[in-house]
Design a protein around this ligand. Structure first.
Ligand SMILES: [Ca+2]
Ligand SMILES: [Ca+2]
Length: 137
């Protein structure tokens, strides 16, 4: 009985790995060659939450994907979503992802190095300063 319980906890809780916990592990997880992140690989970070596969991530998809991982703080979901939803239309679409990618791609060569990604991620999600237009009310 107990081994089964432990196993099912493991499968439900740990199977989706906590890679959003750190930007460098997120980079390693997402980059095929471990050196660069293409625009598609970057988009895939967000599209992992797109449970109905329609190409954009709604807040409810994001929140349910997020809370799947017990190691993430559920209170962070809304914050991350708000930062990623650059266009403020309550869905993370290709335009949002392209914008975030372009902001992070300091050398403008259409790929993100590990440094560009971790710096950009830190700027966006760890300082809470993703929207630079001062349009808070
Ligand atoms: Ca969707
Ligand atoms: Ca959006």
């Amino acid at each position: 009985m107990l081994p089964f319980l432990v196993l099912s906890l493991f499968v439900s809780g740990v199977a989706s790995d906590p890679h959003w916990q750190s930007s460098s592990s997120l980079f390693q997880h997402s980059s095929a060659d471990n050196h660069h992140l293409t625009k598609d690989e970057f988009a895939h970070i967000f599209l992992e939450f797109d449970s109905n596969r329609d190409g954009h991530v709604t807040i409810s998809e994001f929140e349910s994907g997020w809370s799947h991982d017990q190691l993430r703080d559920p209170a962070d979901a809304g914050f991350y979503f708000t930062v990623a939803d650059v266009t403020n239309d309550l869905r993370i679409t290709k335009s949002d992802m392209d914008y975030l990618f372009t902001v992070m791609d300091a050398s403008a060569d259409d790929s993100l190095s590990s440094a560009e990604f971790t710096n950009g991620w830190h700027q966006l999600f760890e300082t809470g300063n993703g929207h630079g237009d001062g349009d808070d009310d």
